[in-house]
Design a protein around this ligand. Structure first.
Ligand SMILES: [Zn+2]
Length: 263
């Protein structure tokens, strides 16, 4: 398979950094304005494009679960004027993403890790927290330096003997999301902030926030299991233990919210 080298380099890069987060946890790279809401029209266009390129899943169980959870979460998230849309995509990579304006994509591959409604609520809450905290805009503001840093990393990998096939394998797994949405990774701080806010969203929507902890532990185990097939810089991303500790630190407050909103 012949791949445009420049594009390949950039995407393998962004995808590899992204993987350390919630696999996807990608922001929209191509657009930036200070407010997330003003990104909505462009986000909607990209979401349409994603739906054309990636098969939309007809799995009735997954779709029903996403509708059920999405409806409860959106009722507690403050996004005035959002045109909500929840879509399950046929893709075995465990990804999910939220876009300004209320477009939510969930890959079929994540359902084996979310396990139940509360697990899915943890993922959607986390992704929406990226949107409501305008991480997209903040990240885009740092975009140029990130791309620069990324390219340097990739060159360093090539020099240290990481094979092209390794890089292509990484790219292959995440390229659809990357190439259509134009991903940039969220920063570690944004990830932790979204975990904290996401806990509050799921608790307010009546889901037990302890399930977020369970989900991230399963996710960590999944990544470790996959680790044997991945370059070590993918499997040893330092955020995992920090993320679990951060969620544990905020769990009591989220549990109090949950007790008020339990259904
Ligand atoms: Zn994230």
């Amino acid at each position: 398979m012949k791949i445009n080298k420049k594009i390949s380099t950039f995407y393998s890069l962004s995808t590899l950094i992204t993987l350390g987060a919630l696999t996807s946890c990608a922001s929209l790279e191509k657009i930036y304005t200070p407010s997330s809401n003003s990104l909505a029209p462009q986000a909607a266009k990209q979401f349409q494009e994603y739906k054309k390129k990636i098969k939309v899943s007809r799995n009735s169980k997954y779709n029903a679960q996403l509708r059920r959870v999405g409806n409860r979460i959106k009722s507690v998230v403050n996004m005035p004027g959002a045109q909500w849309e929840f879509v399950v995509f046929e893709d075995s990579s465990p990804n999910a993403f939220a876009m300004p304006g209320g477009k939510i994509g969930v890959h079929t591959g994540i359902f084996s890790l979310t396990k139940n409604d509360a697990g899915l609520a943890a993922v959607i809450g986390h992704e929406l927290a990226h949107v409501t905290n305008n991480h997209v805009g903040k990240q885009r503001a740092r975009g140029i330096s990130l791309i620069g840093a990324g390219l340097i990393t990739d060159i360093a990998l090539a020099r240290s003997g990481k094979s092209n096939s390794t890089r292509r394998a990484v790219q292959g797994a995440y390229q659809p999301l990357a190439s259509i949405l134009g991903v940039l990774p969220y920063s570690r701080n944004h990830e932790l902030e979204s975990d904290t806010v996401g806990l509050q969203y799921m608790a307010k929507a009546g889901y037990n926030p302890k399930e977020a902890l369970n989900f991230w532990k399963r996710f960590q185990a999944y990544k470790q299991k996959k680790g044997s097939n991945q370059p070590e810089w993918l499997s040893t991303h330092p955020i995992d233990s920090t993320r679990i500790a951060n969620i544990e630190a905020h769990l009591d407050a989220a549990m109090a919210l949950y007790r008020q909103n339990r259904r």
